[in-house]
Design a binder for this molecule. Sequence first.
Ligand code: UT7
Length: 371
Amino acid sequence: MSPYAHITGWGMAVPERVMTNDDLAKLVDTSDEWIQSRTGIQQRHIASDEESTASLAVQASLNALEVAGLHPNDLNLIICSTSSPEHIFPATACLVQDRIGATNAGAFDLLAACTGFIFALNMGAQAIRSGSVRNVLVIGAETLSRLVDWTDRNTCVLFGDGAGAFVLQAGPQRSGVLSAVMRSDGSGGDLLNLPAGGSRLPASEETVKQRLHYIQMNGREVFRFATRVMAQATEQVVQAANLTLQDIDLIVPHQANQRIIEASLRSLKISMDRCVINLERYGNTSTASIPIATCEAIQNGRLKAGDKVVFVGFGAGLTWGAALVQWGGPFPGVRQVLPFRFRLYARFRSLARRILRRLDALVLGRYREDL
Ligand code: UT7
């Protein structure tokens, strides 16, 4: 029988720096009243110059490994979902792999915007279901503050920075990720995009002048799309697991806008007390919003072992999707993981590998000249 993908660890990380709506009102023509009434957001966390998508991802990952009691070198696969990677390449997942010392893991990035964490969770779970890997780290990490136009009030009030991570482990019991729905509609790609910096419009003086390296969005259209697909995907994922909406204990939706969440739940006839919302403190952290909200739900005792939880999201692409999970916890007999020690060890190992690579090139280089 195929193993199931159990979620045995979880972790989050957000920058220390907080930006309130009043702080934003000093930058653009907006107000705390407008932002709160239209979105529900009160503040967001913004990365410092020393922080980046990878640094937040590393912190969240080590926290998740600590909960699972899994050493980084036990990991077989790392999937990092992000729309604000450190570079176009190498993948941010590879930087995380190096910095946590996950010496036995393949690592790659996945881009499905705000739906990314759900897609990554499903891909990690399917890799486990296939029997090809046993331990997977799934990360959602963003520093969208680096891609936001701080002169555009339509977008800059919405986003925040942060990261969340889950550890997935193979187990025989029918639990963990039970079903998932993944959908996309590229015809709506222009509704939320970052036009330049890729192969279509490489960076040039002109693209910079035209501010094409910032997020552009048709908020109203994204809003309409979101309220429609959130309810649809929730119904589909529940059906796919042969359950009904009444069986669901908790919904953790993508934290973009309180009004979107309320409208979706209204159409599903689900009361708000079965839903996790924390966007008032973090804003929209894109692909990180679902794991961050999950970590807080566990901390507050709202999500417990045995509960059935639906993760549901939407985003640029357009993309949308949902995953239904029977919540578990760390496997029994977990080992103690000391994140600080692993971080130090990984840094030393990475440095040693760089030095060895140089030496190798030096020796091989001479050898070639000798021939
Ligand atoms: O993860 C996916 C990311 N994207 C989203 O989730 C976005 C989904 N869309 C939304 O959340 C909402 O559409 C927004 C919050 C972006 C906007 O709310 P809205 O109720 O749809 O407002 P609107 O776009 O219809 O704009 C209403 C007015 C406009 O003024 P006029 O044209 O009526 O005079 C805007 O210019 O509000 C104005 N406005 C603002 N005013 C103060 C837009 N942004 C702001 C602002 N402060 N920050």
